[in-house]
Write a protein that binds this ligand. Structure first.
Ligand code: DC
Length: 217
């Protein structure tokens, strides 16, 4: 079973998707974390986002995978956990540019399909219901007002010791949504058959309940 949960930045996808996967006892795949990890790797290796040859070389040698620990889901880049680092503003500011690169998308989508072809899975992202798994069993599209999304993002940043004003965060979110929506390859888009849920109107438990009950119906 494939459950696709798409939506714009900070719309509540991660918390909801993780909760749905836990309730259903199936795998959770955070595809945004994969694009973030690649962005971090390219930056650490000083690879220009315009150097397609070097990006391809990097993608051919890099190893990205998820693993569990006592503190939850972790993402590894070449056997090093980059779970917290990929949430930094430095990565967030560049990830939309990197995720618009065709070779990066091809490589990430291939990994996502390999993982989800072999197991029941909740995948969250921007293009899961439209491109990665257009035949997903269930498709949801989460939305929320900008103010709420900015407050959520500020909490996440506080957790990793970063401070930004709500206005700065709102500007970041707006820019990222614009870039993700207007790129040529697999833009952020609600699939025609996706069910839209406004997470600004619900608690986390209610969001999870709503999705799980639709799936179980
Ligand atoms: O969900 P997130 O904020 O962690 O995602 C980070 C970026 O990755 C997002 O701005 C766009 C990109 N992304 C994507 O292009 N396709 C996906 N399926 C998931 C994320």
């Amino acid at each position: 079973m494939i459950i696709a949960i798409d939506g714009p930045a900070a719309s509540g996808k991660s918390t909801t998707s993780r909760g749905v996967a836990t309730r259903m006892g199936i795998t959770y795949l955070d595809t945004g974390a994969m694009y973030r990890a690649i962005t971090l790797g390219l930056m650490e290796h000083g690879v220009s986002f315009k150097a397609l040859g070097s990006i391809t070389e990097f993608l051919d040698t890099v190893n990205i995978y998820f693993g569990d620990s006592n503190s939850g889901n972790k993402i590894f880049l070449n056997d090093r956990s980059v779970t917290d680092q990929i949430r930094s503003s430095t990565v967030t500011e560049k990830v939309s540019e990197v995720s618009a690169i065709n070779v990066v998308r091809d490589s990430m989508v291939q990994i996502q399909r390999e993982i989800a072809d072999n197991t029941d899975c909740v995948l969250e992202g921007r293009d899961i219901g439209t491109v990665v798994f257009p035949n997903a069993d269930f498709k949801f599209f989460l939305v929320a007002g900008l103010e709420i999304r900015a407050l959520r993002r500020q909490k996440d940043l506080n957790k990793i010791g970063e401070k930004k004003t709500i206005d700065e965060i709102k500007a970041d979110i707006r820019l990222r949504d614009e870039l993700d929506t207007n790129r040529d390859n697999s833009p952020l888009l609600k699939a025609k058959d996706a069910i839209e849920i406004d997470t600004g109107l619900l608690t986390v438990d209610e969001q999870i309940d709503k999705i799980v009950s639709i799936i179980k119906q």
